[in-house]
Design a protein around this ligand. Structure first.
Ligand code: NAI
Ligand code: MG
Length: 354
């Protein structure tokens, strides 16, 4: 198959982990006989430096015309004191909005060789393997009004969703559960919020279309607790924007390092943006020590969700697991045994394992 991919390396460790990821993608192309055409674009700090814009129009246009977008990470101390419209993270929000990426998928897996890298007890995290499906373009972060009133004595934010916006993310949750272990946990605050009551109604109505999926409703506060005390009880979690933001960061500690966590952000028309869950890690940039596995696993997600290349995605995931099982790791993973590798050697090891 021929696919056009827009690659946005970004800032900090972005370019290093992207280079590592593209080695793996090359290996997939040759092994499975695909043609991936790569175009590169600017986003974040580099785009501010060169175009005075964190998301140049040209980048958004290229993204809209490609089959998928791969992003490294953006940001760094160089731009921290810029005015808000010239912050690298603006580029990220703008591309999510510009491509209407309403569904954010974050798988979290506790690899057994890395259990001692987690702050939680190995027998609690061991075997955890869950997917958080978070709504990304609505809710409290985008609702208007969002303003100060009464001479700065009152403040208001707005949690607003249309029925349609809720339905599409809930359906994505059901579909994701169908592709995994067929258990869906819908997270809300239906004992307090009207928006959550509507959310729950929609989940109940959609249930009949997915008879093979078991559904449970869990309140967000209880879910936060259960993620730490019983992470293995989850398969797919579906929730609105802010709850998902908080729960996905909480869930990230299960694996022991941000460097293991991929993500996908999907639009209704099939376009997807794939990026590691971590940031640009400026503290370790340009040293060839960053963990490339979150980037590499994000590429596997691209193959699965945007290109329906399930065998190819699986080949990458098994290779990563195999390399970890052999005791190889990067410096961010505080494990007691095994061999520490550089960014490029880790990529090479995964390429060989495919
Ligand atoms: P960060 O995720 O970049 O780093 C947090 C810690 O984890 C650091 O100690 C870093 O060295 C380590 N780390 C992260 N990814 C790693 C990897 N692949 N391998 C090894 N170690 C890794 O978050 P931080 O430090 O809060 O933010 C740094 C910059 O990144 C900021 O400018 C922030 O705004 C930006 N950022 C960008 C995001 C994105 O592009 N999606 C997301 C989060 C932050
Ligand atoms: Mg967050």
């Amino acid at each position: 198959m021929d696919k056009n991919i827009l690659v946005l390396p970004g800032d900090g460790i972005g370019p290093e982990i992207m280079e590592a990821g593209l080695l793996v993608l090359d290996k997939i192309a040759s092994t499975f006989n695909h043609q991936f055409t790569i175009d590169k674009g600017l986003i974040g700090g580099h785009a501010i430096d060169e175009e005075n814009d964190p998301l140049p129009n040209e980048t958004l246009l290229k993204a809209k015309n490609s089959d998928a977008v791969l992003l490294g990470a953006v940001g760094g101390p160089k731009w921290d004191n810029n005015p808000s419209h010239l912050r690298p993270e603006r580029g990220l929000l703008a591309i999510r909005k510009g491509l209407d990426l309403y569904a954010n998928l974050r798988p979290v897996k506790g690899f057994k060789q890395l259990l001692d890298a987690s702050p939680l007890k190995p027998d609690v995290v061991g075997g955890s393997d869950l997917l958080i499906v978070r709504e990304l373009t609505g809710g409290l972060y985008f609702g208007r009004p969002s303003e100060r009133r009464d001479n700065d004595q009152t403040v208001v934010d707005t949690l607003s969703y249309t029925r349609k916006e809720m339905k599409r993310i809930i359906v994505k949750g059901f579909e994701s559960a169908q592709l995994r272990n067929k258990k869906l946990t819908s997270v809300d605050k239906a004992n307090v919020l009207e928006s959550s009551k509507m959310w729950r109604e929609i989940v109940e109505a959609e249930k009949v279309n997915f008879p093979d999926v078991t559904v449970e409703h869990v309140l967000v506060d209880a879910c936060a607790m259960k993620l730490i005390t019983a992470p293995t009880s989850f398969d797919v979690i579906v929730t609105e924007n802010m709850f998902g933001d908080i729960l996905s960061d909480e869930a990230s500690v299960l694996t022991g390092s941000l460097g293991m966590l991929p993500s996908a952000s999907l639009a209704e028309n099939g376009v997807g943006l794939y990026e590691p869950a971590h940031g640009s890690a400026p503290d370790i940039a340009n040293q060839n020590i960053a963990n490339p596995m979150a980037m590499i696993l994000s590429i596997a997600m691209m193959l699965r969700y945007s290109f329906a290349m399930n065998d190819e995605a699986h080949a990458i995931e098994t290779a990563v697991e195999k390399v970890i099982d052999q005791g190889y790791h990067t410096g961010d993973l505080k494990v007691k045994h095994g061999t520490k590798l550089s960014t490029s050697d880790m990529a090479e090891m995964i390429v060989q394992a495919i």
